[in-house]
Design a protein around this ligand. Structure first.
Ligand code: NAD
Length: 389
């Protein structure tokens, strides 16, 4: 029993349900934000979903600013520009509205605007987060429009360091939004590629969290139900984006994945992060490509767990049945089986492969993989994902 020691952190208030974006003025009042900066991305900024949300603020006579200079896989220059707008507009909080990119950047603007140290000093390493001035962090309201990253219920923000071409996870407990509005109606306009990629991201979070070693039965329970929701709803959300039930279940699965991954992630993410940083691929799609190869690599350590998970999800055939179900799901969602299908004209020389393997083994997620991710293993998994074998 002595090993049953753990630390559990659970998410924040989530106002979940179709149409609940109408509660935004009420949520602002509840968090004490009087002049929010609305942070979204340039693609979303052109869509009716943003116009109708801003109209809610206009109708409630809320003074606000808008910042939408956010790249997919956001970079430091996006953060610097966002902080300047936040300060110039004398904003006192952030509404982070969008997929993981806009959510993370919005959260990081609220966090970093009041700090004196560079953002890289708050990377998710040991207790680096304690270096931050906690009192200077502005409140955050998160409104997801994709269903994958779960950033809305997470205490981290991911940002790419353009100098080192690495994706960094910035961590602070106060990066957790004060209130989340999870309104599945906001996600119906997602293009099918993004529906597939973000949905597979949610699956990757649940699966890796569940397989990560460590004592965390709460995370395990959440992850298992999250996996079931993805298998049962992602194909429908992909095929019929207007199906609000499927969209709602996927929005739940995404939040559940992030709640679960406080337990840890694994080699899917360790390899996906360098690929995303170097080739600017979609994070969830990259996870989806690596998933079957990492599952096979981890087999000896996770077979028993996967058999239990399969039984809960109604997937027959034990570990092999589960692995086949993952491949089938990927096919239905038109996920490329190998990296060249994701990165056009991919031509990696030995030096580049070695660099990716080096980056993967030091990625903070590597420690959560149930089998030690050595450089040799990372190289092998990369070869698998390139060759599709
Ligand atoms: P994204 O935020 O990059 O968005 C992808 C595209 O989808 C964008 O072009 C956006 O305009 C569009 N889009 C979003 N919602 C839409 C909607 N409702 N209708 C139409 N178009 C819509 O994609 P993502 O997968 O949600 O986020 C990826 C980012 O999140 C990466 O940077 C990744 O590293 C990060 N991430 C963070 C965490 C975390 O814990 N904070 C976890 C996983 C991933």
């Amino acid at each position: 029993m002595s090993k049953l020691v753990s630390k559990w952190n659970y998410p924040t208030t989530v106002r979940f349900g179709a149409g609940r974006i109408a509660e935004l003025p009420d949520v602002l009042a509840a968090t004490g934000i009087k002049k929010p900066l609305f942070v979204t991305d340039p693609g979303l900024a052109k869509l009716p979903v943003v116009a109708s949300t801003l109209k809610i603020l206009d109708d409630a006579k809320v003074p606000y600013g808008v910042f939408s200079d956010v790249k997919p896989n956001p970079v430091e220059s996006n953060l610097t520009a966002g902080i300047a707008v936040f300060k110039k507009g004398k904003h006192d909080g952030v509404i982070a509205f969008g997929g993981g990119s806009a959510l993370d950047l919005g959260k990081l603007i609220a966090f970093q605007a009041g700090q004196t140290l560079p953002v890289w000093d708050f990377e998710d390493v040991g207790d680096w987060w304690t270096r931050a001035n906690s009192d200077a962090i502005a409140p955050i309201i998160a409104v997801p429009t994709t269903a994958g990253t779960g950033s809305e219920v997470g205490r981290a923000g991911v940002i790419t360091n353009e100098e080192t071409h690495t994706k960094k996870v910035i961590f602070h407990p106060k990066l957790l939004p004060a209130i989340v509005i999870a309104d599945p109606e906001l996600s119906v306009g997602m293009p099918s590629f993004i529906t597939a990629g973000t949905g597979m991201d949610a699956l990757a979070h649940c699966l890796e969290a569940y397989c990560a070693p460590g004592y965390h039965p709460m995370a395990d329970g959440i992850a298992v139900e999250g996996v079931r929701l993805v298998f049962e709803n992602l194909p429908e959300a992909f095929a019929n984006g207007k199906d609000l039930t499927a969209r709602a279940h996927m929005m739940s699965a995404a939040a559940m994945g992030a709640a679960a991954f406080q337990k840890g992630l694994g080699a899917i993410h360790s390899l996906s992060h360098p690929i995303g940083a170097l080739y600017d691929t979609h994070h969830g799609m990259t996870n989806a490509v690596f998933m079957p190869y990492v599952l096979a690599f981890n087999r000896d350590a996770i077979e028993e767990k996967i058999v239990r998970l399969s039984a809960y999800c109604g997937i027959k055939g034990g570990f092999d049945g589960f692995a086949k179900a993952v491949i089938k799901l990927r096919k239905e969602l038109k996920v490329p089986h190998a990296l060249p299908g994701l990165i056009k004209g991919l031509d990696m020389d030995k030096k580049r492969k070695t660099l990716i393997a080096d980056m993967a083994v030091v990625d903070p997620t590597a420690g959560g993989n149930p089998v030690k991710l050595t450089k040799k293993a990372a190289l092998g998994l990369l070869e698998n994902a390139i060759e599709g074998t």
